[in-house]
Structures are given as structure tokens and as C-alpha cells.
Design a protein around this ligand. Structure first.
Ligand code: MEV
Length: 426
């Protein structure tokens, strides 16, 4: 049984962390080898993209304390930004008192788009396509027998009339496709291409683009958490719980009503979301595109999350966003480090992965808002930076923390000062 609380993990050496992770996850340390060797062989990399000359590495950290739908999860983050892993882990710890994260997800349905131009009579063509709905779905269904075997396949057709465009009106056919545990781009693109000739013969029009939409608004993941108001001050003891709570709610209000702030607020969510998406070999550009298009779905770009209080005055957060991630195809299957990530989280379906990721996004958002609404974001960043400076000055073990703490207190984070303090300690 995995447990996601590993006290003191932060202060351990890399090797000790791997040993503690093995204990906590019930896995052998060998499972983590892809993360110590970089994971991907040059040969595999050479088959993934073009003109390969090497590899590009990112740090891989483990976010702790996550409880998602009652299950303990150790979450791998591939990210270069300091504070992200620590922020998510800390907020996941606070969320545990309220039962952790409660997450749900829709059926894994993606949308494929087929653009139909040169149609003589739009309305006539639209109705004819609906009359052939069943036949078209059967054609689309044939493209992936394995997906079908696992319960996926074509689900529906929607015909949209785009009335105004730079080339005048045209039709768009949406093919709704259940992609189960795949991200789904390949299946959906293939199905759209397969449908094209029949759509042309039914309508007399010309099919132009045939491609998946990244606005995956039929593949939504949702997470909710409750933080007891008195726990909100942990680490910020000079503040009152109500002050921190109301500060977070006011910060949310800013993002809800101002696109300039919403972009940064949502970026904070994506700090956590992308870290897991990258660690699992998923397409983070697709997730980013979907998130921001969804945030603008009402015509005005806004916050993906909400923050408020419940009847007992506790802080309640929610996050809802498209989450087109897979666990079976593409880089997730080829990249050994992505495989290790999926295994560490113990996810068996793409939906489960989506639910963890959206919980991470909510935790990450709260970490940023709590810092911004209290002492500002720089304090946390400053201490991490100070640790790096202490290491650069030659400190090791417990001295790193001591030197960093002193520099932060003095508000002088410089290598010469770190060297001086180190000399004093010796
Ligand atoms: C920095 O990577 C993310 C934040 O800017 C997010 C936010 O402002 O909510 C701190």
C-alpha cells in the first residue's frame, strides 16, 4: 500500500530519498532507474523525433501528501522551477485535514473536426449528414479495433454552421470519439480522414481540414478540496486563518474578473499540471491549449479555479478543465521514465491520471494564492535561492539550511556572505 507522507524527505540525500520512496510506494528502487539514467535511449529518441543529436534533461521531483479520492498518491513532477514541488506538497498536506482532493472526470471523449466547404445549400447538407449519422459513425468506428475492444469508438456527430468567416459560411462536422486510455489524437485524426470521402459524396461539398480539437470540453476533469480555516496559517503563524482565507478568496476574485491576472493565476495552476503531464510523457502543448481555450469559453478569459468558503468558514477550492491525457500510447509507452511515473502513481486508467493531475493543479494554485495573499511570493523563492547560494559557497548537510536561514533573515543572499557564515560555523 502506497503512503504519500514521507516526513523529512526534503532534507534527505538523493539516494536516501529513493530508498524512502521505495518504502513508501512498495516498489523496488530499480523501478526508479529511468529517473537516474535519464530513461530514454539515444536509439528510442532517434525514433521519436527528427534530427536527434541528444537528450534534454529536467529535474524529477516527487510531490508528497496527495490524497485523491481517498487514495494515497506519490506524484512525479518534471519541472525546472523551484518552489513548485514544495508548494504542491505543502498544500496537499493542508488538504488532507479536509479529506484530501475529491476528483471526477467525464467519459474520455475527444472531438475531431471536419471542415466542409463549397457546399451549395448548407441547411440541406447539414440535414443529410444527420440522416447518415449511423453509417458515418460505423465507418469511424472501424479504424481502431483495439480501442473498440476496450469500449471506445465513435459516439456522435454534431454538425455546426459557421455563418461568418473570411471565406464566408461553411460547415464543421464534429466527430465525438471515446478514446478510453489513449490521448486520442491519432485515432481521432485517422477517423476524420476516413470519413472525408463519404461526407463529400453525401453533401457534394469539399472536405478541407480533418483534425482533432484541443478544446477537449467533453473530456473534463474536476477537483475540489476543503481546508480547515485554522490550518491555513501553517507556516504563516503571524496571520489569522480568516485573514488568509479571505485573502485567497480576494486573490481569486481578481483572477475571475481580470484577464491579465487570470493568465498568471492559470499559469500557476499549469505549473503543477504540466509537471505531471511532462513526467508522464503526455502532450503538454495540447493540455495548455485546451486549458486556456476553456478558460475563455464564455468569450472572456477567466480563472479556471474558484475559491470561496463553506458554511463553517473553511476554505473551499474547485478546479475544472479539459484533461486530454493518455497512459497507453505515444511517448508514454516509449519513454521508460514516463512508464515509471504512471507506475508510481498506480493509475490504471487515463481518467484516474486526469483526476490526479487536476488535483495537483488545484494544490498548486492554492500554494501560489496563499503566498501572494500573505507574505508575497518572494519569501519562499528567496529561501530556495538562498539554499542554492549556500551550496555554491561550499556548504553541505545541515549547514545549508542554517546558512540559508541566516541570509534570508538578513535579507542578504550573496555568495560572499554565505562563505563568511560558513567560515564562522567551521
Ligand atoms: C509563478 O510560476 C506562478 C505564480 O505567478 C502564479 C500566480 O501568480 O498565481 C506565482
Amino acid at each position: 500500500m502506497t503512503h504519500s507522507r514521507i516526513p523529512g524527505f526534503y532534507n534527505l540525500k538523493l539516494d536516501e530519498r529513493r530508498a524512502r520512496l521505495a518504502d513508501a510506494s512498495g516498489q523496488s528502487k530499480d523501478e526508479f532507474l529511468p529517473w537516474t539514467t535519464g530513461g530514454l535511449s539515444a536509439d528510442s529518441a532517434d525514433h521519436m523525433i527528427e534530427n536527434v543529436i541528444g537528450m534534454h534533461a529536467l529535474p524529477l521531483g516527487i510531490a508528497l501528501n496527495f490524497l485523491v479520492n481517498g487514495r494515497e498518491v506519490l506524484v512525479p513532477f518534471a519541472v525546472e522551477e523551484p518552489s513548485v514541488v514544495a508548494g504542491a506538497s505543502f498544500m496537499a498536506k493542508l488538504a488532507r485535514a479536509g479529506g484530501g482532493f475529491f476528483a471526477t472526470s467525464t467519459e474520455p471523449q475527444m472531438i475531431g473536426q471536419i471542415q466542409l466547404i463549397n457546399v451549395a445549400n448548407m441547411s440541406n447538407a447539414r440535414f443529410k449528414l444527420y440522416e447518415h449519422r449511423q453509417e458515418l459513425l460505423e465507418i469511424a468506428d472501424e479504424i481502431d479495433p483495439i480501442l473498440k475492444k476496450f469500449g471506445g469508438g465513435a459516439r456522435d456527430l454534431e454538425i455546426r454552421l459557421i455563418e461568418q468567416s473570411p471565406i464566408g459560411p461553411f460547415l464543421v462536422i464534429h466527430l465525438i470519439y471515446d478514446v478510453r486510455d489513449a490521448m486520442g489524437a491519432n485515432a481521432v485524426n485517422t477517423a476524420c480522414e476516413k470519413l472525408a470521402p463519404r461526407i463529400e459524396s453525401i453533401t457534394g461539398g469539399k472536405v478541407h481540414l480533418r483534425i482533432l480539437s484541443n478544446l477537449a470540453d467533453r473530456r473534463i476533469a474536476r477537483a475540489r478540496c476543503t481546508i480547515p480555516v485554522n490550518d491555513l496559517t501553517m507556516g504563516f503563524e503571524s496571520f489569522k486563518g480568516e485573514t488568509v482565507r479571505d485573502g485567497i478568496i480576494a486573490a481569486y476574485a481578481f483572477a475571475a474578473s481580470d484577464p491579465y491576472r487570470a493568465a498568471t493565476h492559470n499559469k500557476g495552476i499549469m505549473n503543477g499540471v504540466d509537471a505531471v503531464v511532462v513526467a508522464t510523457g503526455n502532450d503538454w502543448r495540447a493540455i495548455e491549449a485546451g486549458a486556456h481555450a476553456y478558460a475563455a469559453r464564455t468569450g472572456r478569459y477567466t480563472s479556471l479555479s474558484t475559491w470561496g468558503k463553506d458554511a463553517d468558514g473553511n476554505l473551499v477550492g474547485t478546479l475544472e478543465m479539459p484533461m486530454a491525457v493518455g497512459i497507453v500510447g505515444g511517448a508514454t509507452r516509449v519513454h521508460p521514465a514516463a512508464q515509471a511515473a504512471v507506475k508510481l502513481m498506480g493509475v490504471k486508467t487515463a481518467n484516474e491520471l486526469a483526476e490526479i493531475i487536476v488535483s495537483v493543479g488545484l494544490a498548486q494554485n492554492m500554494a501560489a494564492l496563499r503566498a501572494l495573499a500573505t507574505e508575497g511570493i518572494q519569501r519562499g523563492h528567496m529561501s530556495l535561492h538562498a539554499r542554492q547560494v549556500a551550496v555554491a559557497a561550499g556548504a553541505s548537510g545541515e549547514r545549508i539550511e542554517k546558512i540559508a536561514a541566516q541570509m534570508v533573515m538578513e535579507k542578504v543572499v550573496r555568495i560572499d556572505r554565505a562563505e563568511e557564515i560558513l567560515k564562522g560555523l567551521k
